[in-house]
Each structure stands twice: as structure tokens, then as C-alpha cells.
Write a protein that binds this ligand. Structure first.
Ligand SMILES: [Zn+2]
Length: 359
């Protein structure tokens, strides 16, 4: 092992995840251990701008028989294969004690980011991404106002390795009649921290990231992006407004624009890392929408990338699936340094138009 890289690679400790209130084992000294696991192929990049049988491209028919309009910006529609919805059986069969069952009510929608089949967040302009953030704001407000909806989960799955069969850039909305476990845990952590310290947990996380500085990828007046100290996945990144708001809907226009710039910056760094379209799961962490007081909750966006090296998946196994805590083979400081070293101009832009061409 080269001496210069030794300090980062030798991190072997347990770090507390203050939002999940659990320990993460960081065993970065193991990263060079022999690996004969499965490799995944890099995503093919050169999709056409329009695909005749894509159910998301403008003007095309979907499986439900509905036809997409010739849309020009962001396009939202009800999912043709909803996991929750009003079409679910109103009275599910009885569940014997101690079991419980109820209707799978709610709303599931799809957000097509753009009519262009061949783009990704990293290849869109920050003003195009602002239009997506504005859609998140509107959908959260509208769906959250429905009496049957307790929480609006918005997310993007990107890449074959997280099971996305259609590369047309899109996200999804699950507006459900229950609240999601991850955000329940975070809400409780935010509240406990406020009770115990009188402070705001996410404000203090941002302050700690500032203080250290090594893991910060992007910052402007309203938004910040960083690899958290307690990252569970290699290349995990949080993108957050600096002001504490419980929902994306509460952002100002200026904050939404900053958030879009941060999302652009992070996704470009991701693609530049291995010169390939970088896969991730990207949930918006939002408070419930059931009318309660959620002033302690700090809305943010998490990027959870499944790859730990080019074409090598992070497998969830005994510690994660079995025990419920994460074992990380990489040091957050080292992964942040790799991302910080990347250009904020997409490699596809520099290859196509020469340096200085910024979309
Ligand atoms: Zn398409």
C-alpha cells in the first residue's frame, strides 16, 4: 500500500449516524481485500433523443391506453402500474390476530423530467432542473393536502443496477396513507436532538461539515452538498437547503434554484468520476403531510449510489440485511476527495464542444 494513501485507507472505526440513530462500521482498511464478486456492466450512454416504443416519450401510447401529450417540459401522470391507489380493494380480506391488514390507498405518479429520452439530471441545465424542483413543490403541496395522504415520497431510481428498465429520465411519487420508516426515524432524531440540546440537528451537521470542509462538494447562499461523515454507501451525498423547512414545497424560488444548481453539480461530478452515467437511488426526505407540527424536520435529498467501484456493486448482506446496520468498506473523506477532484463540467460536454461549453 503506498504510504501517501495510507491514512485515508486505514480508517477503521464506528461512526454514529445521528439521523438514523445507529452505528456504521467504517472498515476502509478492507477495501483492497480480494474480490471475486459480480461485476456489472457500465450503462450504455448513446440513447437517441426519441424512442418510438418508450412509454415516457412525448406522443407515445402507454400500457393503459392513455397517450402522452406532445409535452415540452416536465410531464406528470398517474402511474399505470400503481403500488397504491383508489383502485385497490376497499375491504381487504380479514387478517387473523396478531396480524393487521388494510387498504393500499394513496396516489402513485410518474414525473418525466424532459421530453428528451437521452438526457439525465447531469445533462440538463440548472434551470431545467429547477422546473423539476418546482414540480416536486407543487405535487407535494397538492397531494399532501389530500385527506388520505400522510406523506409524499418522491424519488428517482437511476440505472440498470437499481432495476430501471427505461432510461428515459424520470422520477416517481408515492403519496401514501402511512408514513415511511426512514423519515419516522429522522423525525424522532430531529425532535430528540432539539429537546436534549435546544439546537437543530441538521444545522449542526452542516456546521460540522463546514468546520471539517473535506467532504463538502458544493455550496452557495441557499444550498449545500456534502458526503456525510456517517455515509453508509461509498459516494453517498446529501443535498440540502440551508434553511430548515419540513417539505420541498416550503422552499422559496431562490432556494429552489440553488437546490437545482447543487443537484446539477453533484450529478455531473458523479458522471465524471468514471466517465459513465452514474447510477443512484435519490429520495427526497420530507416530513409527513398529515397536518402535524414538523418544524423540527429539515428537508433534504439523499443520493445513495449502489456502486463502490466502477462496475462493482455494494452488496447488502449479513450486517445490512441481517443485522440492520451498515458496514462501509470506504472512508467518506476519501470518496469525497475523489468527487471534489472532478470537474463541474460534464465530460460529454467537454468532449463534444471543447472546454468552456457549459450546458
Ligand atoms: Zn423516452
Amino acid at each position: 500500500m503506498p504510504e501517501s494513501s495510507a491514512p485515508a485507507q486505514q480508517i477503521w472505526e464506528e461512526r454514529w449516524h445521528p439521523l438514523r440513530e445507529e452505528w456504521i462500521i467504517v472498515a476502509a482498511h478492507r477495501q483492497s481485500r480480494p474480490w471475486i464478486g459480480e461485476n456489472v456492466r457500465a450503462a450504455v450512454h448513446d440513447a437517441p433523443a426519441y424512442v418510438p416504443d418508450c412509454y415516457l416519450c412525448p406522443g407515445n401510447a402507454r400500457v393503459s391506453g392513455a397517450k402522452n401529450p406532445s409535452y415540452t417540459g416536465v410531464y406528470v401522470f398517474d402511474n399505470d402500474h400503481p403500488c397504491v391507489g383508489h383502485a385497490s380493494p376497499a375491504s381487504p380480506g380479514p387478517a387473523p390476530a396478531p396480524y393487521a391488514v388494510r387498504r393500499a390507498d394513496g396516489v402513485a405518479r410518474v414525473i418525466s423530467y424532459t421530453p428528451r429520452h437521452d438526457l439525465t439530471l447531469a445533462r440538463m441545465t440548472s434551470s431545467e432542473i429547477t422546473a423539476i424542483v418546482d414540480t416536486w413543490r407543487r405535487e407535494t403541496r397538492d397531494l399532501g393536502a389530500r385527506p388520505e395522504v400522510k406523506q409524499v415520497l418522491i424519488f428517482e431510481n437511476k440505472g440498470d443496477v437499481v432495476g430501471v428498465s427505461n432510461p428515459h429520465p424520470h422520477g416517481q411519487i408515492y403519496a401514501t396513507n402511512f408514513t415511511w420508516k426512514t423519515f419516522d426515524t429522522e423525525l424522532e432524531a430531529f425532535r430528540r436532538y432539539a429537546r436534549d440540546t435546544g439546537g437543530a440537528l441538521f444545522d449542526d451537521i452542516i456546521a460540522a461539515e463546514h468546520q471539517d470542509g473535506r467532504r463538502v462538494l458544493y455550496e452557495d447562499e441557499h444550498a449545500i452538498a456534502f458526503v456525510p461523515y456517517f455515509a453508509r454507501y461509498a459516494y453517498e451525498v446529501y443535498v440540502a437547503p440551508k434553511r430548515r423547512v419540513p417539505h420541498v414545497a416550503s422552499l422559496s424560488d431562490a432556494e429552489a434554484e440553488s437546490l437545482a444548481r447543487a443537484l446539477k453539480d453533484v450529478t455531473v461530478r458523479y458522471d465524471n468520476l468514471w466517465k459513465q452515467s452514474f447510477p443512484y437511488v435519490m429520495p427526497l426526505h420530507q416530513a409527513p403531510t398529515d397536518g402535524g407540527n414538523y418544524d423540527d424536520f429539515h428537508f433534504f435529498i439523499g443520493f445513495l449510489p449502489p456502486l463502490r467501484r466502477p462496475e462493482t456493486l455494494k452488496y447488502l448482506a449479513g450486517p445490512e440485511i441481517g443485522g440492520g446496520n451498515f458496514l462501509s468498506d470506504t472512508s467518506p473523506e476519501e470518496k469525497a476527495a475523489e468527487l471534489r477532484a472532478q470537474s463541474s463540467v460534464h465530460y460529454g460536454e467537454t468532449e463534444r464542444a471543447g472546454s468552456g461549453a457549459v450546458r
